[in-house]
Ligand binder design. Structure first.
Ligand SMILES: CC(C)(COP(=O)(O)OP(=O)(O)OC[C@H]1O[C@@H](n2cnc3c(N)ncnc32)[C@H](O)[C@@H]1OP(=O)(O)O)[C@@H](O)C(=O)NCCC(=O)NCCS
Length: 182
């Protein structure tokens, strides 16, 4: 019998309870940041869902735009019975395509799953992803994920042990020196 398959699609409002179910054990383990239902409904357009052939929601992930060239891949969660079957890969690939559509070049993520994200081209990164002017602007955001990106003191307990990672989708072209005059 062939292995059951899945497809990735845009999330609908009716998926929010399933997203909450996927997130709940990971929030309890402090692997993912907890989110109120109101926050999830407001963010539903950021989410992609992995749906099995039988209609079950088996994975989710979101892309949250932070600035003019920066977005975060967040809330990537795959049902434990569906892990290691490329669901996470398919979700990340779709979120990256969304980022390209939106014109975002840099993708940030904060994760314990370092090898998974390395396999998708992400590299560990320190501070200084954005300049001080942008930090000052982002500090005005009410989004908890942005606060984690900025590593604000009040969210430090949430980020303990996580790794900050970055992927540049479209590396800037190297500006070569003009040819010498002959
Ligand atoms: C991270 C997570 C989404 C991966 O989902 P998944 O569906 O099991 O991943 P995939 O099957 O697509 O794996 C893709 C690749 O990563 C590898 N991989 C997956 N999980 C891995 C792990 N924990 N360690 C090392 N490699 C891993 C797979 O072997 C595969 O490698 P390949 O491309 O060489 O075949 C899933 O483990 C999860 O839900 N974790 C908890 C939530 C979380 O931490 N999310 C990330 C932060 S937002």
């Amino acid at each position: 019998m062939p292995a059951p398959s899945f497809s990735v699609r845009r999330a609908r409002v009716k998926d929010v309870p399933a997203i909450q179910r996927l997130m709940a054990p990971l929030v309890d383990e402090r692997i993912l940041l907890g989110k109120d239902a109101a926050v999830l409904y407001a963010a539903v357009q950021e989410f992609r869902i992995a749906e099995a052939d039988d209609g079950a929601v088996v994975g989710c992930g979101a892309l949250h735009v932070m600035w003019d060239d920066l977005a975060e891949i967040r809330t990537v969660a795959v049902d434990t019975t569906w892990r290691r079957r490329r669901v996470g890969h398919a979700l990340v690939e779709r979120l990256e395509a969304d980022a390209v559509d939106l014109g975002v070049d840099k993708l940030f993520c904060l994760t314990f799953e370092v090898p998974f994200f390395v396999a998708h081209g992400y590299a560990e990164v320190g501070e200084g992803v954005v300049g001080p002017d942008v930090v000052a602007e982002l500090a005005r955001s009410g989004d908890e994920g942005v606060a984690e990106f900025l590593d604000l003191a009040r969210v430090k307990p949430n980020t303990l042990g996580n790794t900050r990672m970055l992927k540049v989708l479209r590396p800037q072209p190297v500006v070569s020196a003009p040819p010498p005059h002959v």
